[in-house]
Design a protein around this ligand. Sequence first.
Ligand code: AMP
Length: 284
Amino acid sequence: MEVLHEPARLRAVCDQARRAGERVGVVPTMGALHAGHLALIDEARRRGAQRVVVTIFVNPLQFGPNEDYSRYPRTLPDDAAACEARGVDWVFAPDREAMYPAGFASQVRVSGVTEVLEGVFRPGHFDGVTTVVAKLFGLVGDAVAVFGRKDYQQWCVLRRMVRDLDLPIEMHGMPTVREVDGLALSSRNRYLSPEERVRALAIVRGLRAAIASFDAGERDPRVLESMVRAPVEAAFDRIDYVAVADADSLAPIERVEGRAVLAVAAHLGRTRLIDNVVLGEDRP
Ligand code: AMP
């Protein structure tokens, strides 16, 4: 496995692989890798990638001024070792200047699906995500890409971008990987104190209650939302949103008829956690 830092080098190895007839897989991350990220690597292989690149870049553009950019965990040596053990071919770990050299002035923006849920509470966040992922896709070229549906809205936004811009990327989404007790794996979980780690389970308790209610026939979004809101309100310090939305457009719905997602974002001390389920599909 090779750790690459130069964008031009990433392009060169991907071009070379394709010339040799190999399919390239790409897994974009911000590092601090856990089992959820490693599952994406395996999925890239399952989807036909003979060569896999994991990108590791804590992208400043996607953090708001009061968010955790400076304290986001940076664990490149451990990440590279985990990638190597998983059979990754290349880790692409550029520094900030390599991605955004002086004079950088472009932005990729998706409208609509970015304007609800996370978009309300993290203004500019998705512009940062789409800009960096568009750059990564530009460097990697024709490839299969794998993302986690833990970041459900991000997955929707990036699929929209790939379709709209005719990027030569085959997109795949992976179900959320969880701890045995149900907590969604997240690099941000390491911010939690032992006491907060226990309180964090209120999210999955609420999601399970809502799923049970959905399975029993409940189709009113307000009722389903309240089943998550109650435990999360009791255990967390602040809720950003608990919302049932159309699973594709993420628009609010009056009644669950087609596919719908139930998504939540809430703060526990200085840590913000998100989670979601597609009703009738995901069973945390
Ligand atoms: P990040 O953790 O922001 O670096 O995310 C990198 C990729 O890993 C994104 O596609 C995430 O959706 C995905 N991811 C993060 N956590 C999980 C998880 N628990 N299960 C599956 N995918 C995940």
